[in-house]
Write a protein that binds this ligand. Structure first.
Ligand code: ADP
Ligand code: MG
Length: 320
């Protein structure tokens, strides 16, 4: 199968076809119609074999996750996803692998009505770069820099589950077969909180998606907004498996290991009522409050300061 057959077979055949795509795959560039009065939100994420995923990962999960992490970035801006580009480096044209990769990717694309509009394909060590595009009305985007003193800090879903599944897969922490089955979906097929992000327009002052761990990602909001915060450990939403893990092994998984793809956002007190009426499928939990004093203060369940050297994931950190 040559490059052009491969593109025709796997990427030109897809389930989503949008009216705002004047030309998709097949020409030298895609031609797209962004809606009048909206900003185009653009993001990209690179997944490299051996760095972001294990080389023998299930291709269905990989296809899902490569798109999901990009949709999660759009969600964190409050943007509505529309289009994406796929840059693929493949060691070989393995049709069975590509079939499953596309199934994972296109099932998620269809769920969010996002269309693949182009990309590039090359031979080399396995890597996947996706760039996703979405729309957000002018003035409605959720920025990292918008948090204000007095805002309540919220997170969606539960934290730490993906990290525990990864630790199990790496042989660093053992989960029971049942618990691993429950948590591995959180690692392999994260659900981007797109609906939640869009619903937060006009309610949240700031938002970020949790890819590197709560402390690191909330830290970005604090830094960009030039504020501090107080959070309460006993308010952090945990699954039953993660709660049991924390009781014996401490807080690293939910606070500092990342890969959750939940949203962390801040809401002024006057919008809390409207927020809590939203009934978002993911669930919402208030974990603390923005304060004027810089820095992050963590309070444990007995009301004492919780001190930690934990930080988030950093690809270029020296001691990995
Ligand atoms: P060019 O050489 O002009 O860059 P290509 O031969 O690389 O064009 O690509 C031909 C068409 O196929 C283009 O529309 C491109 O966007 C699309 N394409 C190539 N690779 C992919 C891919 N992995 N996913 C989606 N579209 C792709
Ligand atoms: Mg090309």
């Amino acid at each position: 199968m040559n490059e052009f057959e491969l593109i025709r077979t796997f990427f030109a055949r897809q389930p989503v076809s949008r009216a705002d795509v004047a030309a998709g795959i097949g020409d030298d560039a895609a031609l797209l119609r962004p809606p009048a009065g909206q900003l185009l939100a653009v993001t990209s994420d690179l997944l490299v074999s051996g760095v972001h995923f294990l080389p023998d990962v299930d291709p269905h999960s990989l296809g899902h996750k490569a798109l999901a992490v990009n949709l999660s970035d759009l969600a964190a801006m409050g943007a509505e996803p529309a289009w994406f580009m796929l840059n693929l480096v493949l060691p070989e044209a393995d049709t069975g692998w590509l079939e499953r990769f596309c199934r994972g990717m296109f099932d998620l694309a269809q769920a969010h009505n996002v269309q693949l509009v182009g990309g590039d394909t090359s031979r080399g060590p396995l890597a996947i770069g996706i760039e996703a595009h979405g729309f957000v009305p002018e003035g409605a985007a959720l920025r990292r820099s918008g948090a204000r003193t007095g805002d309540r800090i919220y997170v969606t879903g539960t934290l730490g589950d993906a990290a525990l599944a990864l630790q199990h897969r790496l042989g660093k922490h053992r989960l029971s077969e049942h618990d691993f089955a429950v948590l591995s979906g959180r690692l392999d097929r994260p659900l981007p909180r797109v609906r939640e992000g869009m619903a937060l327009r006009g309610l949240a002052h700031s938002a970020i998606d949790i890819s590197d761990g709560l402390l690191a990602d909330l830290g970005h909001i604090l830094e960009m907004s030039q504020v501090g915060a107080r959070i309460f450990l006993d308010k952090i939403p945990l699954s039953p498996v993660c709660r049991a893990h924390v009781a014996t092994c401490g807080w690293e998984a939910p606070l500092a290991m990342g890969d959750d793809y939940e949203l962390c956002f801040t809401v002024p007190p006057q919008n809390v009522g409207a927020l809590e009426k939203l009934r978002l499928g993911s669930g919402l939990r208030c974990i603390g409050e923005i304060e004027a004093e810089p820095g992050l203060r963590i309070v444990d369940k007995s009301g004492e300061p919780y001190r930690t050297a934990l930080t988030g994931h950093d690809h270029f950190a020296k001691s990995r």
